[in-house]
Write a protein that binds this ligand. Sequence first.
Ligand SMILES: Cc1ncc(COP(=O)(O)O)c(C=O)c1O
Length: 436
Amino acid sequence: MSGLIKEACSKTGQVQFETAEWNSFHEEAGEERMKYDFTTILDRRGHDSIAVEPTAWYNINTETKPGFQRIPMWVADMSFPTCPSVTKAIADRLSHPCFGYFEPREEYYEAIRFWQKERNHTDVTKEDIGYQNGVLGGVLSALRVLCSPGDNVLFHSPTYIGFTNSAGSYGYHMIHSPLKKDEQGIWRMDFADMERKIIENNIHAAVVCNPYNPCGRVWTREELTEMMALFEKHQVWVIADEIWSDILLNGHVHVPCHSVSEYARMHTVTQYAPSKTFSLAGIVGSYHVCFNPWLNDRVKKESQITHYNQMSVLWMYAMIGGFSKEGTEWVDELCAVLSENINYACGFIEEHFEGVKVMKPEGTYMLLLDCRDYCTKTGTDLLSLLKRGVEYGVLWQDGRPFHEEYGIRMNLAVPFTLVKEAFDRLDRYVFIGGNE
Ligand SMILES: Cc1ncc(COP(=O)(O)O)c(C=O)c1O
């Protein structure tokens, strides 16, 4: 976060930076101009967004006080306009007014191959790729190949709520190995606990999230190598959810799980999507990469069983638009913007919110606050704290369904001025005394 921007914010108290203003601050600080727009504050109301118009499953049931605009900081989508090459690709296709049955074009496979090579240094063939209507569906298709309902499956905790809901409703028995914070407050896998649970529960399938939602770890090659060696020892197959692989902060590098050993390559099915990267969740679609021909064939078969698990032509074009040269430039800028947001927020928390701990995320745009000490010290229960945030327009998320007893999950993929506004409100009105 450049000091200039901080200073300018506090001087003007303005709610909106235009891209030009952002650029001039960065230029004065000797930084490069932003080519793309990450500063316009989009009014998402009335535009099909649960981020600002939450549905019944947003469990913090309270009104926002008049005069406080709602800041969308919960569900994992972004409040930035997407990459121009995405909207252009969709618009170009819309100009031909016929949308019948179709087969994916060669450019679709080429786009994935380009992206995988460019971002993950991975060579992928057309045959290695499969389609699914969403990453959670892909995780479930792979689980259906590898386990029967009632089988034990290894997950880490805190756990992404989508895993809990979907694996639970399909009848898999989730065994959690808790991540633990080390002396520096960094979330780590507990390999001894994982091994014990694998043996005790006769586990042969694990779901690994990389980068990790909600804790923000980008697993290192060393960590993944140790994890895969453990899985090899006990013949555990891996479903790697790498939906967040493009959202890397402060220079962290994504290492695909499948890349760390020959065992990993032949026993992993990896789920990817452009949805987090370009904010395309509402267009729906994902793909998997799998180098084991048997596993790949079985997962493709499972995912096609319903017949309705078919690609939308607009998703195909959105993805082709995103997985392009322009897409790489846009994502690089996005990651720089998100890094600034995260750095600012974590610095602010440390400076202002006594009793609140957070590991600075290395990837994803989600923060997981640990409010245990704050709640204990001030005699505040978590729900009252959550409600206080929503009353002042900070639409954040209850961390308890992610298995974090005093957790609050916050989405920082909003323009910087909204991050600043949200943290100012939290400071002024929310992290105060006890229950009101
Ligand atoms: C780790 C992870 N997997 C899957 C999903 C959902 O993906 P999809 O909407 O493609 O099912 C999310 C969304 O937040 C996620 O964080």
